[in-house]
Structure formats: C-alpha cells, structure tokens
Design a protein around this ligand. Structure first.
Ligand code: G6P
Ligand code: ZN
Length: 543
C-alpha cells in the first residue's frame, strides 16, 4: 500500500458542538481541513490500527468526496475494516444500528442534520463510539485538543474506491464492505414493531403521508412503508435524496415541512402525517389539522409503550433534555418509573441507555428514540405511531386529546432568534445569569418566580459534570421559560427561548398555543431584554 504523511497546521475552531463539527461546505473544502479533523479523531482514540469502523452520511453536498478522503485515511492509519453505506450513505440511526450489530469499534457520521446543504450550505462530521452513540464530551474534547496541535496526517495514495456497488473488497490493504444502507436497519425495525398489524391497517384503507424532505430518510421510508408494509405508492413524498435537499431546509417542523402541513389540512387528509430531517434522526408527527409537539409525542409514546411488542415488558425509565416540556414527567409519575433531565444533546442519553436506566428518551427539537440504538430515530418514531394507530384503531388527534385529558396539557413553544452577533448573544446570556440570584420571589406580569438557575448536570453513571446548559426560570404552577444558545448553528448565534405552561383543565386544552403562552412570551422578552441586546423584536422561527 502506498500511503503518505502530509504536513499540516492546526485550523482554528474545530471544536465539536452539540452534535459534531459543523461548518459551511466551503470551510470543509479547504485543503487539509477535513483531514486534520479525521486524523485528530484517530489520534484522540490512541490510534485505530486493526479496528473496524462504520462510515456514511446523509448524502449532502461534499458527502462523497469526504467519504473517499476518510477511507484513504483509515487505510493509511491501519484500520482493518470499514463498513460503508452504498454511495457513502447511511442515516444517523442506521449508522448507530450498523455499529452495534457488527460490533464495530465506532463510526464516522457525515451530516449537518437539519441544516441546509448544497455548495453554500453546511457540512458536518461526528464520531460515534462502540455503543453506536455520539462520542461523550471527554472524547470530543480530546479530539478538539488534538486539532490544536496537529502537525501531520496520513492518507493512502490510491485512486477513489467504487462506492456504488454493494460487496466486499480490498482497498489500500484494508477491507471495505459496501453495504445496503437500509437492510440492517429494516431488520431491526421488524424486530420491534407489529408489522402485521400495521400492514392490516394500511390494507384496510388507512393512509399516511411521509415527507422525506429530499433527505436521507427517503430510501428508508420507501423500503419500510411502501415495500415492506405495502402502504400505497406515493405515501412517501420528496423521497429522492438530493445533495442540496432540493434547496429546502430539511428540518421537520411546521415552519419548514410546509407541503406536509398543507396536506394534513382538510377532510381528505391522511390519517397520519410525518416528516424527518436531513440525516433521518428527527421526526415530526402530524394528525389531521394538528401538529403533535415533540414533547407531547415523547409522553404519548411512553404512556402507550406497553402496546408495542418491543416495549410490552414496561419501561425502565425515561429521559428528556432540560428544555423539553415536563409532559413525560407526568406519565413517568403515573407509571412509577424514573425520569432523568439531561442537557441538550443526544449524547447525554448514552450512559443512561447503556446502564439500563431508561428505555425511551426525547427532546423538544423533534427527536425521539429508545434503547434500540444510541441515536434519536425519525423513522422508528413514525413506526411507533403507526403501530399505535393500528392497534388502537384511533386517530392521531384522538390519541393526543385523550392524552391531555388524562395527564393535563403542557402548552409548549420554542422561539428562535437567529443570526445574532456572537458577542451580543453572549452579553444577553451573561446579563441573564447575573440576575438569577435575585429572581426567586419576584413577580413578573402576575407570575411568581419560584426557581431560577443555570442548569448543570451531573451524569449519574460516570459523574461527569456539564455546566452552563441553559438558564431556566420556573414560576408557581410549573410554567417555565428557558433560554440557551444553540450549539448547532454555523453562522452567528441563535438564541432559543423555550416556553411551557401546564393546564390541567380539559376545558382549556383547545387554545391556540401562542395565546395560551402569551404572558410567558411577554415575560421572556422583557426579562432578557431580547430587543435591546439583539435588535430583534420578533423571533425568526417559532415552532
Ligand atoms: C442536534 C442534537 C440534538 C439537539 C439538537 C438541538 O439535533 O442531536 O440532541 O437537541 O441538535 O441543538 P441546539 O444546540 O441547536 O439547540
Ligand atoms: Zn438530524
């Protein structure tokens, strides 16, 4: 094998965020930029000689080029075997599934998730460990430390590998298995859900619409829904993955999945609507004329898990990220199981899942998942809902409203203020933090503050501490306003304001969400002086 050692110098800013390193495509296209980061991963792991790795991405612009570079570097660094998805493609949950099933020592996932793609869009890379989940902070910190001192990387000097033909081959002295990106994942899904019941539901004439948003969930949804479950052709819309997602924003929320939302209005709307993001780990569930809030979806899955084959034995516990609403807490109380509150970022669920403390977890950012893999899983969530509809015979809207009657409703919304200069966003958060100690006991617009803090998390398994994870202000009755800065953006800063209000009275469950939260919205703007710090009087995105 011919490989070479290339001299290089550190790039600034190769610090992984909430979910890996994300930058504009142009940044990644700079000579050595990707290679530096990949070598830093290998070095931070103490070398990768003899290891088996999984490799794939969401198919966005630069995915193919990046896969070739990584394969050549893996070979030059002594990796024994790489399992790579055909065409360089693997959804994030499928990568997690493949790592676990084939007992790989880890994997590299190429994605910027829900961020737009294309030559002017975003690209991303992250490392997943042997449990199939995102590397914990101590690993990402070691990778970052390495990026700051790197002086050289190793890469095989060979032509590109043929990526489109499934099969095993030798590449620069390393075994590469080009695998069907869907097969292992589809097999896992069939072991979890009642495919017979779902097939019968479709056969009885029920319909659903799955919006793949021209992202990587397309092939997974087509295989599972249309081919294996015999849903009518056309059930999956925008099902062909495109390197720029058709110019769209592949984020499954009401603001971006507009085609789906339009289809779910009216009397002839399908029974269930769903959408997934760039790398297929997020999901949005839509009933007729009703968008299910992700926090509610998690609570509903938890409350009904005993109807699903894989979870019929009961849940060990549940977990949610701190800004996610407390709807699942109400379910956990009734089930008598623990609920864990973690910082934002799926990686924080890994230890809890590995230790068998929790079975289901979820986040307000349209992420839901279980212990079947170590990533959130969009298609899994859709199959869970389908299974639920099939065995209950109920509509999605009925399931939601009955859930509220039983547990009360947690009105919930997130207001994002995007494109803020980083210093201004930091100043806003600093000013907020400075006020925290004085807030308890104060009354804001008629609401008394009972608790205010900057969320810190001590991992119950390994004792690691993560501080400054978001400012939360809790009012009497459990209403909350939470502020944090996004860790996934690539341009400036995004302030996220999370608003939540609990309503026990079923007579007050049908209010428009923004109306139900109006007082909290006003408090949130004033308390942080959002307009003063950012110049923005209204959020740029409301979900
Ligand atoms: C990614 C992570 C999630 C996280 C989300 C929002 O999707 O996998 O775990 O909730 O980003 O992160 P942000 O820092 O942008 O709010
Ligand atoms: Zn994603």
């Amino acid at each position: 094998m011919t490989s070479k050692t290339v001299a290089t110098r550190p790039f600034d800013g190769q610090k992984p965020g909430t979910s890996g390193l994300r930058k504009k495509v142009g940044v990644f296209q700079q000579p050595h930029y990707l290679a530096n980061f990949v070598q830093s991963i290998f070095d931070a792991l103490g070398g990768v000689v003899g290891r088996t790795l999984v490799l794939g991405g969401d198919g966005r612009f630069y995915n193919r080029e990046a896969v070739q570079i990584i394969l050549k570097m893996a070979a030059a660094n002594g990796v024994a075997r790489v399992l790579v998805g055909q065409g360089g493609v693997l959804s994030t949950p499928a990568a997690s599934c493949v790592i676990r099933k084939h007992r790989a020592s880890g994997g590299i996932v190429l994605s910027a998730s829900h961020n737009p793609g294309g030559p002017d869009g975003d690209f991303g890379i992250k490392y997943n460990i042997d449990n199939g989940g995102p590397a914990p902070e101590k690993v990402t910190e070691a990778i970052y430390a390495r990026t700051r001192e790197i002086t050289e990387y190793r890469i095989a000097d060979v032509p590109d590998l043929e990526l489109d033909i499934i099969g095993s081959r030798t590449f620069a002295g390393m075994q590469v298995d080009v695998i069907d990106p869907v097969a292992d994942y589809a097999e896992l899904m069939q072991s979890l859900f009642d495919f017979g019941a779902i097939r019968a539901w479709f056969a009885a004439g029920h319909r659903m619409c799955f919006d793949a948003m021209h992202a990587v969930s397309g092939p997974y949804a087509v295989r599972l829904l249309e081919q294996i479950l015999h849903a009518p052709r056309g059930t999956v819309i925008n099902g062909t993955p495109l390197p720029d997602f058709g110019g769209g924003h592949p984020d499954p929320n009401p603001a971006y999945a507009t085609e789906l939302i339009a289809r779910m209005q009216g009397d002839d709307a399908p029974d269930l609507g769903a959408a997934s993001d760039g790398d297929a780990d997020r999901n949005m569930i839509v009933g007729r004329g009703l968008v299910v809030s992700p926090s509610d979806s998690l609570a509903i899955l938890a409350a009904n898990a005993d109807r699903i084959p894989a979870y019929a034995g009961g849940l060990k516990g549940v977990a949610r990220s701190m800004p996610t609403s407390c709807a699942v807490d109400a379910v956990a109380r009734q089930l008598g199981i623990p609920v864990y509150e973690t910082p934002t970022g799926w990686k924080f669920f890994g230890n809890l899942l590995d230790a068998g403390r929790v079975t289901l977890c979820g986040e307000e950012s349209y992420g839901t998942g279980s212990d079947h893999v170590r990533e959130k899983d969009g298609v899994w969530a859709v199959l869970f809902w389908l299974n639920l509809l099939a065995v209950t015979g109920k509509s999605a809207s009925d399931i939601v409203t009955e859930h509220w009657q039983r547990f009360g409703r947690h009105y919930y919304s997130r207001h994002d203020f995007e494109g803020i200069a980083t210093e201004r966003a930091d100043a806003l958060m600093a000013a907020l933090r400075a006020r925290l100690a004085d807030l308890p006991g104060q009354t804001l617009q008629g609401q008394r503050v009972v608790h205010a803090d900057d969320f810190a998390y001590t991992d119950p398994i390994d004792g690691s501490v993560s501080g400054k994870q978001g400012v939360r202000v809790v009012f009497e009755g459990g209403s909350r306003v939470v502020y944090r800065l996004s860790g996934t953006g690539t341009e400036g800063a995004t302030l996220r304001v999370y608003l939540e209000r609990y309503e026990a009275d079923p007579a007050r469950h049908a209010l428009p969400t923004q109306d139900a939260l109006a007082d909290l919205i006003a408090i949130s703007r004033g308390l942080a002086d959002i307009a003063g710090h950012t110049g923005l009087t209204e959020p740029t995105v409301v979900t």
